[in-house]
Design a protein around this ligand. Structure first.
Ligand SMILES: Cc1ncc(COP(=O)(O)O)c(C=O)c1O
Length: 465
C-alpha cells in the first residue's frame, strides 16, 4: 500500500537533490543573476500541467498575456502596503474600488441607503470567511447578548467554516444536505436557536458545485433575526453573468433582504493573482466588528481592517487591474465559455458507464462510481495520465472545477477520453490500489484522531529542508 509521506518525499526529492538547499543564510549573498537563474530553473523544472488544463481549479485564467500583465502591475507596486495609507494612497483607492465593484456585481444597488453594502479586501476565501465569522461572533456577543454564538452550516460548506469555529470558539452546528447535495431546509430551520449568530449557504458548494437554496435560507435567517452568510467564493464572479446568459440561477446575493454578508474570491474567477478575496456586509455595523483597533499601545494608535497588519498592496493593484481590464463583457464571455465547457463535461461524465454525476451542477462536476468500481482508483489512474483532480469523501467522489484552461479546444475531449479509459482500466484491474486510493480508503476506516495525526505529520514534512 502506498504511504502519503513517501509520496510527498518522492515529489520533493528531485528538487532537494538538484538545487542548492539553504539551512542558514549564505555567508555572502549570491549574485542576483545567480538567484534569478535558480528561481527560473525551479519554475521550468516544475511541471506546468495546469497550463494545458490538467488541473481542477488551481489556476483560473492562466493565459500568458494575462499573467504577464498582472506581473507588470505587481512589479510597479511591489513596495506598496495599505497599512501606510499616507505613503500609498493608491493601495487604498484600489481596495475601495475592488470592494465597490464586487458589491455592485452582487446586488448592492438593491440595498437601502441607510444600510449600504460595505466590505474589505482579504487574502483569500478562507480569510474572508474567518473575518465574517469573527464579526458575527463579536456582534452576537455585544448586540444580542449571546455568550457562545453558534454557526449553522450545511456539511458541504467549506472547511474554512470549521476553521473559524475552532479558531473563534464558536460551536459549529452542521446540518445535512438533501439528495441533490443542497442544504436540507428542514434541518437548517431545526438547527437555528437563540444561540445562532449566522446561517451559512454556498453559491455554489466546493465539493459538488451546487447552489444551496439561498432565497429560503436567507428568508429563514431574516425571520429568526440571525445573520445569513452566502459563501460565493467560487461563484461570485460566475453566477451574476450566468444569470444574464440565461442559466437557471436563483437569487443568491444582496438582492435578497436576508443576506447579511458574502465572500467572493477575486483570486478565483475574478482572475486576479493568488492572495485576494472580498468579504461584504449589509451595512456598516458588521464590518466594524471585523476591524481591530488598539488605543493604548506604546507603539502608537493601531488599526487594521483584517487579520494581517502589513499587507501586499501590489496584490490589490493586480486585482484591481484584472477587474478593470476584463470588465463586464470580459467576465460574461469567460463565464459563457466556462459554463458551456462545464455542461459538456457534466454530460460527458454522466454518459460514461459506471460513473454518476452528483447533484445538478453548472461548472464543477463531482462524480461517484457504481458499486464495484473504486472512484479513487479512477482518480489515481487519471493522475497517471497527468490529471490533478480533487478527491472528495462522504460520499466517495472526485471533482473537476472547470476554469478557462479547460475551455481551450481539445481539453474537454481529452478529459472525457482519459476518464473513460481510466474507468475501463480500473475495471480490468480492480484490485490494484495505489496512490491516493488507499489513503482515502484508510481515512474512511481509521479513527479521526489517527487521521488527524497523519495529516499533521504531512504538514510537518512540508517544512523540512
Ligand atoms: C466555496 C468555497 N469557499 C471557500 C473557499 C476557500 O478559498 P481559499 O482557498 O481561497 O481560502 C473555497 C476554495 O476553493 C471554495 O470553493
Amino acid at each position: 500500500m502506498s504511504d502519503p509521506m513517501a509520496d510527498l518525499e518522492r515529489q520533493l526529492k528531485p528538487y532537494r537533490d538538484r538545487f542548492p538547499s539553504f539551512r542558514e543564510l549564505p555567508p555572502e549573498g549570491l549574485a542576483r543573476t545567480e538567484v534569478t537563474g535558480l528561481v527560473e530553473q525551479l519554475a521550468s523544472a516544475e511541471d506546468c500541467r495546469w497550463r494545458d488544463g490538467y488541473a481542477s481549479g488551481a489556476v483560473y485564467h492562466g493565459d500568458p498575456e494575462h499573467v504577464a500583465f498582472l506581473s507588470q502591475i505587481y512589479a510597479a507596486q511591489s513596495q506598496s502596503n495599505p497599512l501606510h495609507a499616507d505613503l500609498w494612497p493608491s493601495a487604498t483607492k484600489f481596495e475601495a474600488e475592488i470592494v465597490a465593484m464586487t458589491a455592485a456585481m452582487l446586488g448592492a444597488g438593491h440595498a437601502p441607503p441607510e444600510t449600504p453594502v460595505t466590505g474589505t479586501v482579504s487574502s483569500g476565501g478562507t480569510e474572508s470567511i474567518l473575518l465574517a465569522m469573527k464579526a458575527y461572533r463579536d456582534f452576537a456577543r455585544e448586540r444580542r447578548g449571546i455568550a457562545t454564538p453558534e454557526i449553522v452550516a450545511p456539511v458541504t460548506a467549506h472547511a474554512a467554516f470549521d476553521k473559524a469555529a475552532r479558531f473563534f470558539d464558536m460551536p459549529l452546528v452542521r446540518v445535512p444536505v438533501d439528495g441533490g447535495f443542497r442544504a436540507d431546509l428542514g434541518a437548517v430551520a431545526g438547527a437555528v436557536t437563540e444561540r445562532t449568530a449566522v446561517v451559512v449557504g454556498s453559491a455554489p458548494t466546493f465539493p459538488h458545485g451546487v447552489i444551496d437554496p439561498i432565497p429560503q435560507i436567507a428568508a429563514l435567517a431574516a425571520e429568526r433575526g440571525v445573520g445569513c452568510h452566502v459563501d460565493a467564493c467560487l461563484g461570485g464572479f460566475i453566477l451574476p453573468w450566468a444569470e444574464q446568459l440565461g442559466y437557471p440561477v436563483p437569487p443568491f446575493d444582496f438582492r435578497l433582504p436576508g443576506v447579511t454578508s458574502m465572500s467572493a474570491d477575486t483570486h478565483k474567477y475574478g482572475y486576479a493573482a493568488k492572495g485576494s478575496s472580498v468579504v461584504l456586509y449589509r451595512g456598516r455595523d458588521l464590518r466594524q466588528f471585523q476591524y481591530y483597533t488598539l488605543t493604548d499601545w506604546p507603539g502608537g494608535l493601531y488599526l487594521s481592517p483584517t487579520f494581517a497588519g502589513s499587507r501586499p498592496g501590489a496584490l490589490s493593484a493586480t486585482c484591481w487591474a484584472a477587474m478593470v481590464s476584463i470588465g463586464k463583457s470580459g467576465y460574461t464571455e469567460a463565464a459563457r465559455r466556462i459554463l458551456e465547457t462545464g455542461a459538456r463535461i457534466r454530460d460527458g461524465v454522466a454518459a460514461i458507464p459506471g460513473l454518476r454525476v452528483l447533484g445538478d451542477p453548472l461548472w464543477v462536476t463531482a462524480f461517484a462510481a457504481d458499486d464495484g468500481l473504486d472512484v479513487y482508483q479512477v482518480m489515481e489512474n487519471m493522475s497517471h495520465r497527468g490529471w490533478s483532480l480533487n478527491g472528495l469523501q462522504r460520499p466517495a467522489a472526485v471533482h473537476l472545477a472547470v476554469t478557462l484552461r479547460h475551455t481551450v479546444p481539445g481539453v474537454a475531449d481529452r478529459f472525457l477520453a482519459d476518464l473513460a479509459g481510466s474507468v475501463e482500466e480500473v475495471r480490468a484491474n480492480p484490485g490494484v490500489s495505489t496512490g491516493m486510493a488507499p489513503v482515502y480508503g484508510m481515512a474512511a476506516t481509521l479513527p479521526a484522531d489517527v487521521v488527524r495525526q497523519l495529516l499533521t505529520g504531512y504538514l510537518d514534512m512540508l517544512f523540512e529542508v
